[in-house]
Design a protein around this ligand. Sequence first.
Ligand SMILES: *Cc1c(COP(=O)(O)O)cnc(C)c1O
Length: 361
Amino acid sequence: MLEFDIVPAERRPAEERAALLADPGFGRIFTDHMVTIRYGANKGWYDARLIPFGPLSLSPATAALHYSQEIFEGMKAYALPDGQIGLFRPEANARRLNATADRLAMPQMPEELFLRAIRTLVEADRDWVPTGEGQSLYLRPFMFATDPFLGVRPSLEYLFAVIASPSGSYFAGGAKPVTVWVSHDYSRAAPGGTGAVKAAANYAVGLLAQAQAQDAGCDQVVFLDAVEHRWIEEFGNMNVFFVYSRDGAPLLVTPPLNGSILPGVTRDSVLTLARHNGWAVQERPYSLDEWRADAQSGTLRETFACGTGVVITSIGRARTRDGEFTIGDGVEGPTTSAIRSQIVGIQRGLSEDPFGWSHRA
Ligand SMILES: *Cc1c(COP(=O)(O)O)cnc(C)c1O
C-alpha cells in the first residue's frame, strides 16, 4: 500500500482561522495542507505526500498547460452534530474521476487511494471544516498531465492533488431564486465530446456564455443541445429538474444522460430520494418550448438546478432572446425546499440516511 509522507505545515493561529471562517465565500481561501501523488507510466502511482499548501513548480512545457489534459472532482466535508466529519458519497466521486480519466486518456486511480488522499487531507485540516449554517469544507481533487513535452499524445506522467477550501453558500445571494439566460449562441458539449465527464476544458468552453448571461442580468446560463438547439441539457455546471404535479404528488422531469450531460452525484441523489418518497420521475428529453409553454400555462410548478456547490437552487425566471417567462410565482416552491432539506439533512447528519450516503471522514 502506498503510504503518505507527512510534511506538516506551519498552522495558522486559531484566531486567524476563525476570522477567515466567519465569512469564507466560495473557493478563495485554502487550508494549511494539500495532498500530492505522482504517476509515471513505468512506476504507477508513487510519491504520495501531505505537504503545506503552496505553489507548484512546473516546466513551461507542461503538457496540461498546452493541451488541457486536466480533470477534476468537487465534493464537500461537513461538520456533523457529534463533532465528527462527514463525506457525502465520496466513492461516487472516486468512480467519476476514473470515468473522466478514461475519456481524457489518463491513468486510473485506485478508489482506495483516492479516498485515502481525501481522508488524509481532511484529517490534517479538520479544524478548517466550518460549523456555521450552510458552511462546509469544499474539496477539490484534480489531476493533470506533467510531461514537459509539446508533442500531441497522452502524457506519460501526471500529478494528482487535493486542495480544500472552507466555503459558505455558493451563490452570494444565498437561497433566493435565480434568473437564467438561455444561450442560443454557444454549446457546452456535443455528442461524442467530453460533456459527460469532468474535464477542466468543459468549464473554459462555458465561460463566454456565462459572461453573456451576466451581461443580460442573469445569474446562470442554460445550455441547449449542440445539434438541434432545442433540448435543455444543463444550467451552467448544474443538472436541472422540472417539477409537475401528478395525483397530488410531485412529478420530476430531468434530461436523460445522453452522453453530453454530466452525471451529477446530486442529480442521482435527487432521483433516488424522489423515488424513495414515492414521487414520479421521468428521465426524458425536455425542450425549451415545453418549458416555456408549461411555465406560461402554469402546469409547470417549479424548476431547480443541482450540484455539489449549491446543492439545490430554485430557478425563478428565464430570459431568452425572445423575451422572458416566470416559473410559478417566481419564488422557491415546496418540492424544491423539501428535496433540499432532505439532502442537506443527510449530508449534515441531521436526518435519516436510508441509503448510507454519509461516511465518516
Ligand atoms: C460537476 C458538475 C455537475 C454537478 O455534479 P455533482 O456531482 O452533483 O456536483 C453538473 N454539471 C456539470 C457540467 C458539472 O461539471
